[in-house]
Design a protein around this ligand. Structure first.
Ligand code: SF4
Length: 376
């Protein structure tokens, strides 16, 4: 089976107040980062052989801060070290302000071989973008999608909802805008108040308050009730796609496939091993310059951990294949979890269909708490 490649580009112009990703605002390092990344790709394949891949995902940070030459050199390094299938999905996460004013940027991405753009629009409303402390405005969100659709076509728009003060009507305007621009894929995430972020601190000091569970649930239904009748398939808790536009790369995470992460803080799951790279660009560059791989926390998954991960990943998307679960664990899913299964079937949170224990729309909204019920 082919693996996926994740490339973490850790640079941003500044930190948004809700963000807890590993990023650096020192853009002077992009050149030495690219060089180190290319060396990491070469070292990995020298140690593990020329593996087959069919998806590449440039995530961040802000990968659209890299220029055409840097992207080309990274993709060439991948082709040199991996058996890259011809139809490989190559996604780049892009900030709206990077392509809204310059149509050629989207064309450049296309010319480099990028065939899918994931645009971090987050909202088409100026007030909401201001609250999120994003650099772009509503007009940039719209123009970036128009430019991306013109040159790439396979475009995903990220939206954040449950922003304090957001009403169902305002959220609906965002969804209608994405639909009117014909985007074939929408990722809709609730705003999370992650510990350690400025937003979390502001909440703790009473400057900002989180929406109630009731409001969040109304907004969740708004997303669902709008996108599904408009032709989008709800294929993962937060992801909707027109048929055929599901993200191959993300499906690897949710279907428990192998992926190899390159770049600072990137995570990997490859041949039953999990590891992550160091969380510092300068440390990353230094380790690689010494001819070593920057991976830490390498852990061979014990059978029990694999089973748990399999459950967590598949429950969020197509459901748990019970035969597969039984084979992996040597246990009987329906017997072991008879109480949890029957409770959730009775509440309408899940169904059993063609050998899969699958969440319903109602269950998707409760995915995290249902996962905990099974794993406690
Ligand atoms: S642009 Fe994205 S990765 Fe960068 S700080 Fe903002 S949310 Fe985080």
């Amino acid at each position: 089976m082919s693996s996926g490649i994740y490339i973490h580009v850790p640079f941003c112009r500044r930190r948004c107040r809700y963000c807890d990703f590993y990023i650096s605002t020192n853009q002077k390092l992009t050149g030495s980062f690219t060089e180190a990344l290319i060396n990491e790709i070469g070292m990995f394949s020298a140690a593990n052989g020329r593996r087959k891949i069919d998806s590449v995902f440039f995530g961040g940070g802000t990968p659209s801060l890299l220029d055409k030459k840097q992207l080309e050199s990274i993709l060439n390094a991948l082709r040199k070290s991996f058996d890259v299938s011809e139809d490989t999905e190559i996604t780049l996460e892009c900030n709206p302000e990077d392509i809204s004013g310059d149509e050629n940027m989207a064309k450049d991405f296309h010319d480099c071989g990028i065939n899918r753009l994931s645009i971090g629009a987050q909202s088409f409303n100026d007030e909401e973008l201001k609250f999120l402390t994003r650099e772009h405005n509503a007009c940039d969100s719209e123009k970036s999608v128009i430019n991306a659709m013109k040159h790439i076509g396979n475009v995903s728009v990220d939206l954040i909802y449950s922003i304090p003060g957001q009403t169902a009507e305002k959220l609906l305007r965002n969804l209608e805008k994405a639909k009117s621009l014909n985007v074939p894929h929408v990722s809709a995430y609730t705003l999370i108040f992650e510990k350690g972020t400025l937003l979390y601190k502001q909440m703790s000091s009473g400057k900002v308050s989180q929406n109630s569970d009731e409001t969040e649930s109304v907004l969740y239904s708004t997303v669902n009730d709008y996108l599904k009748p408009n032709g989008y398939v709800h294929y993962e808790v937060s992801n909707y796609a027109m048929p055929g536009f599901e993200s191959r790369h993300n499906l690897k995470y949710w279907n428990f496939g192998d992926y190899i992460g390159f770049g600072p803080s990137a995570h990997s799951f490859f041949e039953r091993k999990r590891w992550n790279n160091v969380y510092s660009v300068s440390e990353y560059i230094r380790i690689i310059s010494e001819g070593k791989l920057p991976s830490v926390n390498v852990e061979t998954q014990r059978d029990e951990m694999l089973v748990k991960d399999y459950f967590i990943c598949t429950l969020r998307s197509k459901g748990v294949n019970m035969i597969e679960f039984n084979k992996m664990s040597g246990r009987n899913f329906e017997f072991e979890y008879r109480k949890e299964i029957s409770d959730n079937l009775l509440l309408g949170n899940a169904v059993i269909e063609k050998g899969f224990f699958r969440l319903t729309e109602k269950g998707y909204a409760l995915a995290d708490s249902i996962t905990l019920e099974f794993l406690r």
